[in-house]
Design a protein. Structure first.
Ligand SMILES: NC(=O)c1ccc[n+]([C@@H]2O[C@H](COP(=O)([O-])OP(=O)(O)OC[C@H]3O[C@@H](n4cnc5c(N)ncnc54)[C@H](OP(=O)(O)O)[C@@H]3O)[C@@H](O)[C@H]2O)c1
Length: 238
């Protein structure tokens, strides 16, 4: 796959799945713009960076000019607690970073995405979680926020199909990234997490990024409105 004339924005490309995605897209020749609060450790040729906090409503987002062939929105959260302990503020924080930040970024970028849509196609990728399709205890806040993300994806996929902009989401289960560090902090926790998955391990951010790269590329030009589980079988198997 050659992405030489393509430009992608990866929001949250400094670490985790987003950092792997930046690596893969730039490795295929794409120009990649990375927005996050901290600078990525590895900056390849063809990667530019701007400091952005998607939860800061006062700050203006950097200008995006010309055509944008794809946007991946990676910021997320894991706040797990029993329902009585999940304060309303936890629900607000999860909605802010998972849903409203994405809305803000996409409204900002829609002109540049439309320009690419009119010239062959554009693709948007958001992240959900396995905990939307499968009810898991202590996930009420994040499942509610990501459920909203899935609704956003399907609605925008319908609205922008005539403009040749595709919208999809990936719904991972537990994946070995900084976000999940607290859940994978020692061998006991890691083994217990692996045991919960039919494939008996947790996810590797590189495999999630490989599907993300495919969905953002023209090779996935017939895929829109989908939520794809990358979850070791968790959402479909007993
Ligand atoms: N890892 C898992 O087990 C798992 C499971 C289910 C779903 N997911 C979802 O998959 C997506 C990617 O997860 P991940 O594990 O790769 O997460 P991660 O390791 O926390 O990486 C998230 C990226 O988003 C950036 N980010 C976070 N908050 C931001 C903000 N307010 N403004 C700008 N950038 C921000 C982070 O960079 P800075 O800190 O530099 O800003 C980082 O680059 C998330 O949406 C997550 O909810 C992950």
């Amino acid at each position: 796959m050659d992405l030489k004339d393509k430009t992608y924005l990866v929001v949250g490309g400094s670490h985790g799945i987003g950092a792997e995605l930046v690596e893969q897209l730039s490795g295929l020749g794409a120009s990649v713009i990375c927005w996050s609060r901290t600078e990525p450790e590895n900056k390849n040729a063809g990667v530019s960076y701007a400091q952005v906090d998607v939860c800061d409503r006062e700050a203006e987002l950097p200008t995006v000019e010309g055509k944008l062939h794809g946007v991946a929105y990676c910021p997320g959260s894991i706040q797990l607690a029993s329902f009585p302990r999940l304060k309303i503020e936890a629900f607000e924080q999860d909605l802010e970073v998972n849903l409203l930040g994405a809305v803000r970024v996409l409204q900002h970028c829609i002109k540049a995405l439309s320009a690419a849509g009119a010239d062959g196609g554009a693709s948007v990728l958001l992240f959900s979680t396995v905990a939307v399709r499968v009810g898991l205890p202590f996930h009420a806040s994040i499942a509610a926020a990501k459920g909203a993300v899935e609704g956003l994806v399907r609605s925008l996929a319908a609205e922008y199909a005539p403009k040749n902009i595709r919208f999809n989401a990936i719904a991972p289960s537990l994946t070995d990234t900084p976000l999940a560090a607290g859940l994978l902090g020692d061998d006991k926790k890691r083994d217990a997490s692996a045991e919960r998955h039919p494939l008996k391990r947790v996810g590797d951010p590189r495999e999630t990024a490989t599907t993300a790269t495919h969905l953002l590329s023209p090779d996935a030009g017939w895929i829109t409105g989908q939520v794809i589980g990358i979850d070791g079988g968790m959402s479909a198997l007993r």
